[in-house]
Structures are given as C-alpha cells and as structure tokens.
Design a protein around this ligand. Structure first.
Ligand code: MG
Length: 247
C-alpha cells in the first residue's frame, strides 16, 4: 500500500532531506585521496546527531554505520572501513536521515581526484538518469514511466541498469511501498498522486547489469567488476510537479 503524505508531513520530510543534503555537502568536501572511508562516516554521524536527527541506516537490519561507502565496482551497501581513497577512484555515498519521525534518503557518486573520462561520463549519465526519472513524478503519470525514463536514458548511453535493487516509497519508514525498478515499459503500475513520496535511485553499470553480494553480506558488486555509479533523491509528488526534498 502506498502511504500518501499530507502537506505537513512533506514539510517534515523536507527537514530530514535538508539535513541529508547538508551532510552530503560535508562529506563531499572531505573526499580526497588518502582519506579513510570510516572518516567520512564519522563526519556524517556527528553532523546528523548535532542536528537533533538520527542516521536512518545505523542499525537498519544490523548495518553498523551511518552511511554506505561503495568504491568503483561496488554498487551499493559498501561498509565504511580503514580503506583509503585513491586518486582515480569513484565513491558512492548513500545516507538516510530521520528527524521528527520522518526520513530522507540521498545518494551521490563522486570522483576522487582526477578520474578517467569513462568514469566521469558514467557519473554524469547516472545523474541525468535520475533527473529523467524525477521529471516523470507528475500526478496522473504511471509508476513505470519513472522506470522507463531511467532505463532508456541509461541504455541510450551504452550502460546498463541494476535490476536486483530498486527505488522505493519513503516516509515514517525508510523503505515503504512501492518498489520502483530502474527498468520497465511505460504506462504500467499505479497512477501517481499528490502526496506520494519516493526515493528514486538509479544504479548504473558501465558493463553488464548483473551484481552479486560479497561475503560480508552487505557489499553489492558488479559481477564483471566494472565501474558502477549511483544517485538518489527523495522526491514528493505535488500538484506543481516533483519537489526534491533532499536538494
Ligand atoms: Mg534508498
């Protein structure tokens, strides 16, 4: 069941989204060669708590940290560690913030120092795919119009979308109905209505779409070990169109 949110609830979700966006900005500033991914987690947790908020991911199904840090061929759910960033890496940061009982979910991909042209283009196309999905968040559209927009932009650029992990509804829970695949044919699924709030999150692979989970039971990697990028925003559907809450 898709839970519709009132204007007041969307206002609270905007608060969570803003803290998430500010956290991401702090992390972005700290990303450089030599930095340990666990340091990024510490900065994030400290800031989120200082805002009277809670990192939604910490303790979620036993996840031990406040953010996910996924490098290069890691797609999502990478665990912060003492591993150091290297020049040429791409890092994906995924974070959730809960405040006043409502959540915001946000992910971005960043180059570490100077990266290959290939890596840079992958990041750009993934970000554009998210923007294409967001542009479909209009009352009256179908859910799969979002999926189709993301998939077609990705594949037109020669990349593939991950199929095993999907976007989702969000509100008082970090994961709510519906599931929002990053692939599909247009015109299918429920009609979008004012008050729906979605976390759209294309995961785009340079090579094949297949992914697997490492033995740590969290880290998702591409099977061909080629690069992957990820962007996510929490978006409310309003009568004026999409409202990005994590901007
Ligand atoms: Mg998410």
């Amino acid at each position: 069941m898709i839970i519709l949110k009132s204007k007041e609830e969307i206002f609270l979700m905007r608060k969570a989204g803003k803290i998430a966006a500010e956290t991401m900005k702090l992390i972005k500033k700290a990303i450089r060669p030599g930095v340990e991914t666990i340091y990024l987690d510490k900065i994030a947790e400290k800031f989120i708590l200082s805002q009277g908020a809670r990192p939604s991911f910490k303790g979620y199904r036993g996840f031990p940290f406040s953010i996910c840090t996924s490098l290069n061929e890691e797609v999502v759910h990478g665990i912060p560690s003492h591993r150091r960033l290297k020049e040429g890496d791409i890092i994906k940061i995924d974070l959730g913030v809960e405040v006043d009982g409502y959540n915001g979910d946000l992910a971005s991909s960043f180059p570490v120092g100077k990266v290959s042209e290939e890596a840079f283009r992958l990041i750009r196309v993934t970000k554009e795919a998210l923007e294409m999905g967001i542009s479909q968040c209009i009352p009256g559209n179908h859910l799969s119009d979002i999926s189709y927009a993301i998939q077609s932009h990705t594949e037109k650029n020669g990349y593939s979308v991950v199929r095993q992990f999907v976007g989702h509804g969000i509100g008082q829970a970090i994961h709510e109905d519906p599931q929002i695949p990053n692939f599909g044919t247009p015109g299918k699924g429920p009609r979008l209505e004012e008050g729906m709030v979605f976390a759209l999150e294309p995961m785009v692979n340079l090579g094949q779409s297949e992914v697997e989970i490492l033995s740590d039971n969290w880290t998702v990697v591409t099977c061909d070990r080629k690069l992957s990028a990820h962007f996510e925003h929490t978006v409310a559907i309003t009568s004026h169109g999409p409202l990005i809450l994590t901007a």
